[in-house]
Structures are given as C-alpha cells and as structure tokens.
Design a protein around this ligand. Structure first.
Ligand code: C2E
Ligand code: CA
Ligand code: CA
Ligand code: CA
Length: 277
C-alpha cells in the first residue's frame, strides 16, 4: 500500500506541475494580450418579434498569435481567477461604448449589451467606471445594457441593488443572464430591478425534446411577464424553436438562427438597416 501511494504521488505530481505551468503561462500571455491589443469584440444580433436588430451583445475574443482566435471559455476562467478580468472588463466596456458611439453617429439606434462578471461588478468604483466610459465616448446611457449572472447574488444583495439603482437612474438597463442555471432564490428576483431575463441556451436546446425543459421555458416567460420584465431567448438555432418561443410569449431572440457572433463591420453590413444619408 505504501509503494502504491508513492507511485500515485509520482504519477500525479508532474501532471499537476504542467497544468500549473500552463496556467501561469496563459496568465502571462493574457496580461501581454491586453497590452498588445490582441483582444477584440464580436457582436451577436438580438432581434425583436419582427426580426429587427434592437441590440448587439458584445462577446470578447482573443486573437492569439499562435493558437488563432480563442473564445472566452479558453481565457475568461483564468482572467477571473487572476484578477485580470478587471482590466479586461474595463477594456470591454470602453470598446463597447466606442462602438456604440460609431453606430449612434451613423444613425443606428440599437443597444449594446455588455457582460459583466461578478468580480467586476463588486469593485467599489464600478458605477463610476461605467459612467466615465459612457461620457468619454458621448454615448446615451439608454443604449447600454449590462448582463449580470445570478453569481452576483452570492454577495451583499443590498449593495447590488444600490449600484443597479444608480446606473438605472442614468437610463442603463439590466438583463439577468443564464437565468435558471444558478441557484439563486426566486425571492431575490422581485427585489432586483432587472429589465430582462435571458433564458439560458441549455433550456432552449432541450425544450422541443423534453417536456420538462419546455415547462421551464414557459414558466420563465410567465414569471418574467408577471414581474414586468422582457424575455430574451438565447441559443435559438432552429425555426421550430423560434416558433415555439414566439407562441409562448418570448419577446427577443438571439442565436445562430438569427446570426452568429461577428465583427462590428459585418453586423453593420448585414444586420443594421440601410440609412439614407
Ligand atoms: P453568454 O453571455 O451566455 O453568451 C452567449 C454565448 O452563447 C456566446 O458564447 C455565444 O457565441 C453563444 N451562442 C450564441 N448563440 C448560440 C447558438 O445558437 N447556439 C450555441 N450553441 N451557442 C450560441 P461565447 O462568445 O463563447 O461566450 C461564452 C461566455 O463567455 C459568455 O456566455 C459570457 O459568459 C462570457 N463572456 C463573453 N464575453 C465576455 C466579456 O466581455 N466579459 C465577461 N465577463 N464574460 C464574457
Ligand atoms: Ca451574456
Ligand atoms: Ca447567457
Ligand atoms: Ca411578451
């Protein structure tokens, strides 16, 4: 038993070493990436019942010099753990406001939705950061939407409400992202001033094959309606899904059926109405 224990130790130690090294390297690369401007924003259209693009969600990407274009799943977890998410989050906010300013100047009145991590939201100066980014770029705060997840509720809920209230007073709106996947109590929902609920894509994916998922989707839509919130369905990939959601009273749609995340230029070309100038 003793030698087996030793073998196990020998077997696992190098693997642990490698993954820690790898994580340290990723963290270093990521720090450099921000400086070298390797991060960029993609935008995914969100449409209303009539199919008009009323919002674009900003989704961060990393143009890695060796590994190509990386999605957030490959670096946001490390960014969260290391604290780099604070700098990245500020950069995303600034870029999103800059893009919003260009679209506004061009006459497009869509909103931009920005994902905000719990750690970022909890910073003491978060409210000021957002308001400064808006002012610097001369952006109407009513065009900014912030997407938060239920993980913000793991901390002081009164503080969350207070910050949201200040930002809402400026006209910024809020969506509760990935709704239904967290473990927050529904009683918070009536205290938190969210404007929208986003149905998590896992429910949308399953709802046509699973009565339970369909029931959850309908319950979320009903709940949102009774709380006076709009519902956005994410991960809409088929016409059947869109129809089921429309019949159930969903307000807005996002997913590959409508459009994948793309560059700001692509979005303007294909998704924003042509303007006569
Ligand atoms: P999310 O906020 O839930 O964003 C939606 C994700 O679903 C995006 O993945 C999007 O590409 C993907 N998606 C959209 N439509 C479909 C569809 O029809 N089918 C499927 N299967 N997927 C679809 P992405 O871009 O890889 O982002 C993953 C997550 O990374 C986001 O999930 C968000 O939590 C996080 N993230 C992205 N950008 C930022 C950021 O700037 N800051 C922070 N803190 N997190 C971010
Ligand atoms: Ca989101
Ligand atoms: Ca989501
Ligand atoms: Ca509705």
């Amino acid at each position: 038993a003793k030698s087996a224990g030793r073998n196990t130790f020998r077997f696992f130690a190098p693997i642990l070493q490698v993954s820690l090294d790898e994580q340290a390297r990723l963290e270093n690369d990521l720090r450099e990436a921000v400086r070298r401007q390797e991060l960029l924003l993609y935008f995914q259209p969100i449409v209303d019942e009539a199919g008009n693009t009323i919002c674009a969600e900003a989704l961060v990407r990393w143009r890695h010099p060796e590994r190509g274009l990386l999605g957030p799943a490959e670096f946001i977890p490390v960014a969260e753990k290391s604290g780099l998410i604070l700098g990245i989050g500020q950069w995303v906010m600034e870029q999103a406001c800059d893009q919003l300013a260009s679209w506004s100047l061009a006459g497009h009145a869509l909103r931009v939705a920005v994902n905000v991590s719990a750690r970022q939201f909890r910073q003491d100066d978060f409210v000021d950061q957002v308001l400064h980014a808006l002012r610097r770029n001369r952006v109407d705060p009513r065009h900014l939407k912030l997407e938060l997840t239920e993980s913000i509720l793991l901390h002081d809920v009164d503080e969350v409400i207070a910050k949201m209230a200040v930002l809402k007073a400026h006209g910024i709106c809020f969506a509760l992202d990935d709704f239904g996947t967290g473990c927050s109590s529904l009683s918070y929902l009536q205290r938190l001033p969210f404007d929208q609920l986003k149905i998590d894509k896992s429910f949308v994916h399953d709802m046509l094959g699973s009565q339970n998922a369909a029931t959850i989707v309908c319950a979320i839509i009903g709940l949102a309606a009774s709380l006076g919130m709009d519902v956005v369905a994410e991960g809409v990939e088929s016409e059947q899904q869109r129809e089921f959601l429309a019949t159930s009273g969903c307000d807005q749609y996002q997913g590959y059926l409508i459009g994948k995340p793309m560059t700001a230029e692509q979005l303007a070309l294909r998704w924003l109405p042509e303007l006569d100038s």
